[in-house]
Write a protein that binds this ligand. Structure first.
Ligand SMILES: NC(=O)c1ccc[n+]([C@@H]2O[C@H](COP(=O)([O-])OP(=O)(O)OC[C@H]3O[C@@H](n4cnc5c(N)ncnc54)[C@H](O)[C@@H]3O)[C@@H](O)[C@H]2O)c1
Length: 324
C-alpha cells in the first residue's frame, strides 16, 4: 500500500495523520476548507485537493486522477453544539460524503478506513462494563446520529453487492495540536491566556482523553492490519479517564492563570464515554502510549508555543457556546 487519499487533511486529526505518515505514504488530501480547517494545517508533501466529498463527481474525478490504494475518511462536521443548532451540513458531509467515498472505493476494489467515534455508543453513565465493538448504537446527539448512520450504511455496502473493503475505527475524545478552539482544551488555553473565564458545563462529564498521536497510530494500524468489515475501538490507557472539570483545572495550572465559570449544560449532553480497546490491541498490535498528564502537558505546551495559530483559529470560531 503506497498511495492514500486522506480526507479532511486540513483539520485536526487528519493533519496529525499526514504529519506522522507523510513519509510512509504518498498522500493526496481532499478538504473543502470548511469549519475546523486551517490552511496552516497543510503538511509538507501532501497533494492538496479542494473539494466537497458530498459532491460525487468531484470525488470520482480525484480518485480517478490519483489512483489510490486506500482512502482514509476523516472529513466530517465534528462539533456537537453546532449539530444541536443545525444538523443539515452534518448529514451532507458525514453521511453523503462517506457514501460517495465508499462507492468510489468499492468500484475500484480499494480499502476504505472510515474514522468514526465513541459517541455512536451513546452514554455509558449507567453501564457496568466499558463498550466493546459489538454493542448496540445509542447515539444521543445529532452529530453522533450522523456518524452512526454513516457506519450503518457503509457496513451494508461491505456485506452486499458493492463488496466494500471497509475497516471502521471508533476513536475516543481526542486532544493535541491543531484542534479548533471550539473544543475544550484549545478553548481553555485561549480563555486563560486572554483573561476570559472558561465556560464549563455545570454537570461533570467523564471522558477518555486520547492523545492525537495515539489516535492516528491506531488508524494507521487499522489501515494495514484491520480485517475487512471489522470495527476497532481506539481508546487511551485507563488512567486517561477524567472528568472535564479536573482536566480544565489542570490546563489552568499549566497555563498559570485563569478563571472557570459554570454554565448551563448543552442539549443532549452525554455524561460518560467509556470504551474497551482490547480488540485493537490483539488484532492490530496497537495500544495507546500517552498517559493523561503527558497528553495534557504536551498539548497545552503546543498551544502556548503557537500563539499565532491559536489566534487565527480563534478568529474563525463563532463567539457563542461553551467548549467541551
Ligand atoms: N475530535 C475528536 O475528539 C474525535 C474523536 C473521535 C472521532 N473523531 C472523528 O475524526 C474525524 C476528524 O475529526 P476532527 O476533530 O479532526 O475534525 P475537524 O473538524 O478538525 O476537521 C474536519 C475536516 O474535515 C473537513 N470537511 C468537513 N466536511 C467536508 C466535506 N464535505 N468535504 C471535504 N472536507 C470536509 C473540514 O474542512 C475539516 O478540515 C471526524 O470524522 C470525527 O468524527 C473525532
Amino acid at each position: 500500500m503506497k498511495r492514500v487519499i486522506v480526507t479532511g487533511h486540513l483539520g485536526f486529526i487528519a493533519s496529525a495523520f499526514c504529519e506522522r505518515f507523510g513519509q510512509t505514504y504518498e498522500i493526496s488530501g481532499i478538504d473543502f476548507a470548511g469549519w475546523g480547517s486551517m490552511l496552516e494545517n497543510l503538511m509538507p508533501g501532501v497533494r492538496d485537493f479542494r473539494a466537497d466529498i458530498a459532491d460525487r463527481d468531484a470525488v470520482d474525478r480525484i480518485v480517478e486522477q490519483t489512483r489510490p490504494d486506500a482512502i482514509v475518511n476523516f472529513a466530517a462536521e465534528s462539533h456537537v453544539d453546532r449539530s444541536n443548532e443545525d444538523d443539515s451540513c452534518f448529514w451532507r458531509s458525514n453521511v453523503l460524503g462517506a457514501r460517495n467515498l465508499a462507492l468510489a472505493a468499492s468500484k475500484r476494489g480499494i480499502r476504505m478506513v472510515h474514522v468514526s467515534t465513541d459517541e455512536v455508543y451513546g452514554d455509558a453513565t449507567s453501564a457496568s462494563e466499558p463498550w466493546i465493538e459489538s454493542m448496540a448504537f445509542r447515539p444521543k446527539n445529532p452529530y453522533a446520529v450522523t456518524k452512526a448512520a454513516a457506519e450503518m450504511l457503509l457496513a451494508v455496502y461491505a456485506k452486499g453487492r458493492t463488496e466494500l473493503d471497509l475497516v471502521l475505527t471508533r476513536g475516543a475524545n481526542t486532544v493535541g495540536p491543531r484542534q479548533f478552539p471550539e473544543k475544550a482544551i484549545p478553548k481553555a488555553v485561549w480563555c486563560f491566556t486572554h483573561g476570559v473565564p472558561f465556560p464549563l458545563f455545570r454537570t461533570p462529564a467523564r471522558r477518555m482523553w486520547l492523545h492525537v498521536a495515539d489516535h492516528v497510530a491506531g488508524i494507521e494500524a487499522a489501515l494495514r492490519k484491520g480485517q475487512r468489515g471489522e470495527a476497532y475501538n481506539i481508546a487511551p490507557m485507563a488512567d486517561c479517564e477524567a472528568v472535564t472539570e479536573t482536566v480544565i483545572e489542570r490546563v489552568r495550572d499549566l497555563v498559570g492563570r485563569g478563571d472557570i465559570q459554570k454554565v448551563e449544560d448543552r442539549d443532549h449532553y452525554d455524561l460518560r464515554y467509556w470504551m474497551d480497546a482490547s480488540k485493537a490491541k490483539l488484532a492490530l498490535g496497537w495500544q495507546a502510549v500517552h498517559g493523561l498528564e503527558d497528553t495534557l502537558s504536551s498539548t497545552v505546551r503546543w498551544y502556548l508555543d503557537h500563539p499565532a495559530w491559536l489566534e487565527a483559529a480563534h478568529a474563525k470560531v463563532s463567539p457563542a457556546g461553551p467548549g467541551g
